[in-house]
Write a protein that binds this ligand. Sequence first.
Ligand code: FEO
Length: 383
Amino acid sequence: MNITNDIFYVGVNDHQVDLFEGQYVVPNGMAYNSYVIKDEKIAVMDTVDQNFTEEWLGKVAEVLGDRLPDYLVVQHMEPDHAANIDTFLQKYPQAVVVSSAKAFPMMKNFFGSDYAERRLVVGEGDTLELGTHTLTFVAAPMVHWPEVIVTYDSTDKVLFSADGFGKFGALDAEEDWACEARRYYIGIVGKYGVQVQNLLKKAAGLDIQKILPLHGPILTENLGYYINLYDIWSSYGVESEGVMIAYTSVYGHTKKAAEMLAAKLEEKGCPKVVLSDLARSDMAENVEDAFRYGKLVLATTTYNADIFPFMKEFINHLTERAYKNRTIGFIENGSWAPNAAKTMKAMLEGCKNITYTDTTVRILSAVNEANEAEIEKLAAELC
Ligand code: FEO
């Protein structure tokens, strides 16, 4: 597949993967993108997952025709892209591997060699001339590992963006970009908003007409839309007005309170209410929603003198991704020593710029009239 006259797509679709990166369900599979730039010199941009070695090498060989590659550019060492470095370098012994200084010790750890005899170490602003194409390397540490570089081709005005602007889903799946790109971003890169902001600032100085990520579709039009979403996500901004109510419920009483609150919010014309049972839904989707909307209500029970495990896991996902800039309310339930709201608030202590609602709903087993009044008050505060 030609992307430009000289840039070819040689990536693969993975519909076998059960959990991407060992934890994310990917109902529409995953794409591992790789590209070949064919000029006076030939550069292959990254490899693919280990389960697709033959398919990938076949595609690369087809694009190469009777020529040999000069460079393998490694932008990111995570094995979904880097698994075939050694295989490639064995197959093409004349090729030089181009990567950042931090990547080579990782190659030694993965493959037993840091390719000292055939490597080119590049850093911020370094260039590689291929003929008519000049590649400029831009350091992108922690987007999403420390060794990451992205690459700008000033001839075709293309940014090879590594994991940036990637999404879940194979390229042959028809699905909305933002939904699976957001779940991917928040889940995988969400902790590193500052580093993504730094990269966006550098990218703002480049004339970019196409973004070629390592996952998901090649972005060729309306780039402002994607860049704006990345700016919101990485600055922990509110993308959509609305309230997420995340709950766990053992016998249905906490669930009832959560549903009552959802109904009240809808009655009041709240633009969007998302109600989610944390034990029975995709955790990554829930984490995504918590970051998407501006307001969050956490509803759970006291459990083992702590809180219910799914809520504990959910809050941990938020805090480890630097959750901030939000309004939070609580619904707690406990039959003999209710303490869930206090425990949740303590877990969120390190989160910056959080506004807590004045009202906390306190259920002592089942929802009673006093709770109904509290729910009404909480709804009024939120909407
Ligand atoms: Fe797609 Fe961080 O690897």
